[in-house]
Design a protein around this ligand. Structure first.
Ligand SMILES: Cc1ncc(COP(=O)(O)O)c(C=O)c1O
Length: 293
């Protein structure tokens, strides 16, 4: 019998079952060599950002300080503030995750890690799940297939607890998990369970796009990222001011994310999305070059 999609049989109700965390657990075992993700220590959340907010509600009180490592995905500022928490900006450093976990233990700080980009690693790089490092036992992590398989429109995230944080999941309200999209859960499950080959092709394409970008960029500092499909470009040497994205849009007709929205560390930087056809990368670089030339 031909495969029937849930929508074809009228199954557009609530999400149910544990297929999504099971698929993620298997993916984590295969890709990251991590078998510490257990189905019982996960909770369905509508998406990663709402998962972050729910985790903060569990581990902090209204008015508490939340440290955000910047520059960071801009909605972090809005979501954390909207949850009634105070943001303390801490620019990213080269400190390793184990050191973060050690400091968190020492000072009684809880870590909520956004690991949405985890499946998207560059060739030769390995993703280390935060919850797999020593000292992270009481951490919480948010995962999703949204970035790896472009499923943002099909909402669905997983809140994953370390062994010492399992009790926190009880405090995630029932209404949160049932607000997760049923079709989203099906799509995210399918991605983690059956989308390995597709992901590998994507990772190969992204490696090629990173190479293309580095080869042709004008006097812009760019360090090959080890993960994500996003390139963070340091344009400070070009003398284009605090917001080079505006200049690139106006004189080069190429749209990039302004670094300013990412917070401290974003001045003079732009973000370029590499998840596109190589011809578009080449054309974008040509335009960047002509805008500064
Ligand atoms: C770092 C990061 N976190 C979270 C999100 C948003 O995830 P969601 O749509 O599941 O809330 C994004 C999307 O771009 C992201 O880059």
């Amino acid at each position: 019998m031909a495969h029937e999609w849930p929508a074809q049989r009228g199954d557009t109700g609530w999400p149910a079952g544990t297929a999504y965390p099971q698929a993620l657990a298997e993916f984590a075992r295969q890709r990251w060599g991590w078998d510490g993700l257990t189905v019982e220590r996960t909770a369905l959340v509508p998406d990663v950002m709402h998962g972050v907010v729910e985790a903060l509600r569990v581990v902090t009180e209204a008015g508490d300080a939340v440290v955000v490592n910047c520059p960071v995905y801009p909605p972090f500022y809005e979501f954390v503030a909207h949850a009634g928490r105070r943001i303390v900006k801490a620019p990213l450093s080269a400190a390793e995750l184990t050191a973060v976990a050690g400091l968190a233990q020492q000072y009684g700080v809880r870590v909520v890690a956004d690991e949405i980009h985890a499946p998207v690693v560059a060739g030769g790089a390995r993703f280390v799940p935060y919850l797999s490092v020593p000292g992270a036992e009481n951490g919480l992590s948010l995962m999703s297939a949204s970035k790896g398989w472009n499923l943002a429109g099909l909402r669905g995230g997983l809140l994953v607890a370390g062994p010492a944080a399992a009790g926190d999941l009880v405090h995630v309200p029932f209404g949160v998990s049932v607000s997760t999209s049923h079709l989203g859960v099906i799509a995210h499950t399918a991605a983690f369970r059956d989308g390995g080959e597709w992901l590998d092709a994507l990772l190969t394409g992204l490696d090629e796009n990173r190479r293309l970008l580095a080869e042709h960029l004008p006097a812009i500092r760019y360090q090959h990222g080890q993960a994500t499909y996003l390139a963070w470009l340091d344009c400070r040497a070009l003398g284009l001011g605090d917001d080079p994205a505006t200049v690139f849009l106006e004189s080069g007709r190429v749209a990039l994310n302004s670094g300013l929205a990412f917070g401290t560390g974003g001045v003079g930087h732009v973000r370029l999305n590499l998840a596109t056809a190589p011809e578009l990368i080449t054309e974008a670089v040509r335009r960047l070059t002509s805008a500064v030339g």
